[in-house]
Design a protein around this ligand. Structure first.
Ligand code: GLP
Length: 259
């Protein structure tokens, strides 16, 4: 894993946007997009580069990581709505190329299978953006998820529903079930970018990077992936013990560890 510790959230956003921009400019690309607060700065930066520098997404496709079950796509907090509002409607994706899971599907298992097949039919994901939950989840793969899981329905933990209550009028309104790409699905993306911002993520980040590979911390499965870049602000990196091995752009250490 390539671990990059940056001074602040703006630096994480611009470094992440650099990686996405390089991918998109290299030709037809399949992007894996995450919702949640963490990637919002990256999306703002990409929107800025689209309007300022003509960065075009016309030849790209996107797949969302996850979706709440039971929320209509039109609900303002469905991930279908969130990604359009925060990113894709402000750039030039071709209509029909931003894909998500149908949270209202009558048969969630069939919907999950359809989604995995549509990612495969697109040629797989080139670059996948990931946030991390305070319990170490990625996508909505809560602790004890199978490390090889495929897209499927999951039940959210109380901790995640509490964490996400800020997007709803109350915690009671946070759906209990979700559809999420599985850990096995996520691991098929060719390049994974895990972003961590803020001290609240520090324990999960440390467990993911320095802990054992274990279902108790789903993000730890990234240790098995051949191409992972982890971009952290200083507070999110504050519980890492083995910082001598990581790349800093804080001015404290030379950048020496590259793929
Ligand atoms: C959410 C999402 C994840 C996200 C994570 C962290 O519930 N399902 O995709 O990465 O939890 O969210 P945030 O970035 O808002 O802290």
């Amino acid at each position: 894993m390539e671990i990059i510790i940056l001074p602040d959230a703006d630096a994480v956003a611009s470094t992440t946007a650099d990686i996405i921009e390089e991918q998109v400019r290299s030709g037809r690309s399949v992007l894996g997009l995450a919702t949640g607060s963490t990637p919002l700065g990256t999306y703002r930066e990409l929107i800025e580069r689209h309007s300022r520098d003509g960065l075009s997404f016309a030849d790209a496709q996107a797949f969302l990581l996850d979706e709440y079950v039971g929320l209509p796509a039109s609900h303002p907090e469905s991930y279908h709505s969130v990604i359009r509002r925060e990113f894709t409607d402000s750039v030039d994706f071709t209509v029909g190329t931003v894909h998500g899971l149908d949270g209202e599907a009558e048969n969630p298992a069939a919907e999950a299978g359809r989604y995995d097949a549509s990612i495969a039919a697109a040629g797989g994901v080139d670059v996948q953006i990931l946030g991390i939950g305070t319990d170490g989840h990625i996508g909505f793969n809560e602790p004890m998820s199978s490390l090889s899981s495929r897209t499927r329905i999951k039940t959210l933990t109380e901790q995640t529903r509490r964490d996400n209550a800020r997007f709803f009028a109350s915690q009671n309104e946070v759906p209990e079930h979700v559809l999420t790409q599985g850990l096995g699905t996520i691991r098929e993306a060719r390049h994974l970018l895990l972003l961590g911002l803020g001290e609240a993520k520090a324990a999960a980040v440390a467990a993911a990077i320095e802990g054992p590979i274990a279902a108790a911390c789903p993000a730890s499965v990234l240790q098995l992936h051949p191409h992972v870049t982890i971009l952290l602000d200083a507070p999110a990196a504050s519980k890492l013990a083995h910082t001598e091995y990581y790349q800093y752009t804080l001015g404290r250490k030379p950048a020496w560890q590259r793929f």
